[in-house]
Design a protein around this ligand. Structure first.
Ligand SMILES: [Zn+2]
Ligand SMILES: [Zn+2]
Length: 300
């Protein structure tokens, strides 16, 4: 009897170990070894952050805010015990890059395009110094780390089992925008070039509205099965199309309005935003977007 029990245990234990652990509530699995964590807006964790499992290490897409990086790590460790070797900043905005120091302290190397690295040095340095967050959002507990390994056009991470391509696409949302592309799984991580909720921000000095629309066209041509956005839950290629339609409607209205010598406020009233949900769900963001495109295009 004893030997039968031991035999049963020997058979069952590995099987039980192989059972998937339940994922933390905010974590979603997009594909085997491909995860992302949704935002926690009430905790000032607003961006979507992803991680990809390679044979011996992990790659994180976007570092989030430092407290977002802490929260991410708690969840990530429940999916894999492998070390984080690389972190990609899709662009330099604080909600995607200020957590770099948390990962660098663990031995990860921070990757970005050369222009994102330059923007980080020029803009995040004063932004970080001026930040007035307190309590858990006090930056004194953290260190600002800029991208450490940069590229101009493209960088591939390939361990023979999995290939991840980092493609410089900007200027769009910012001048240095990079998307991450898993060609085999057909998953694209867009940073803020695409959102799946009303979180478009067109205020960056390097923002290029027409460039942004062209980038979305190239990403649509990749025909991804899954789109993981900078903000919001995963989508399909339709997320890219909806994002593109929203931006195109604003650009078209602004171009027409400039010809008619309309103000940005007048142009705003000519756009039927109800057609572009969920991207258009914030009236304030819509207004800011029209103003930003107007400022970019009126002198051109
Ligand atoms: Zn951004
Ligand atoms: Zn963002």
């Amino acid at each position: 009897m004893k030997s039968i029990c031991l035999t049963l245990l020997a058979v069952l234990l590995p099987a039980l170990n192989g059972l998937a652990q339940p994922l933390p509530p905010l974590v979603r699995k997009a594909a085997p070894g491909v995860y992302y964590r949704l935002s926690e807006d009430d905790k000032k964790i607003i961006a979507t952050t992803s991680w990809i499992e390679f044979r011996d290490f992990l790659v994180v897409i976007d570092a989030n805010f430092p407290w977002g990086a802490d929260a991410l790590l708690r969840d990530l460790k429940k999916t894999s015990s492998k070390p984080i070797r690389f972190v990609l900043d899709t662009h330099y905005h604080a909600d995607h890059s200020w957590g770099n120091g948390v990962f660098a302290a663990m031995g990860a190397t921070i990757l970005a395009s050369d222009d994102t690295a330059a923007d980080s040095v020029a803009r995040n340095t004063p932004g970080w110094a001026k930040d007035t967050g307190t309590g858990e959002y006090d930056l004194k507990r953290y260190k600002l780390v800029h991208p450490q390994l940069t590229f101009h056009d493209k960088l591939a991470i390939d361990d023979g089992e999995r290939r991840l391509e980092l493609l410089r696409e900007g200027p769009g949302h910012t001048r240095g925008d990079v998307v991450a592309w898993l060609p085999k799984e057909r998953i694209v991580f867009t940073g803020d070039l695409c959102t799946t909720r009303a979180q478009n921000n067109l205020s960056d000095p390097g923002m290029d509205p027409n460039g942004w629309v062209r980038i979305l066209g190239r990403l649509i041509d990749l025909n991804p099965a899954i789109v993981i956005p900078g903000h919001g839950i995963q989508g399909t290629v339709d997320a890219l199309k909806g994002q593109q339609a929203y931006l195109s409607a604003i650009i078209q209205a602004v171009q027409d309005g400039i010809v008619k010598e309309q103000s940005a406020d007048q142009i705003f009233t000519t756009i039927d935003f109800a057609k572009y949900k969920p991207w258009s769900d914030s009236n304030t963001r819509n207004h800011n977007a029209v103003n930003a495109v107007y400022e970019k295009l009126k002198g051109s």
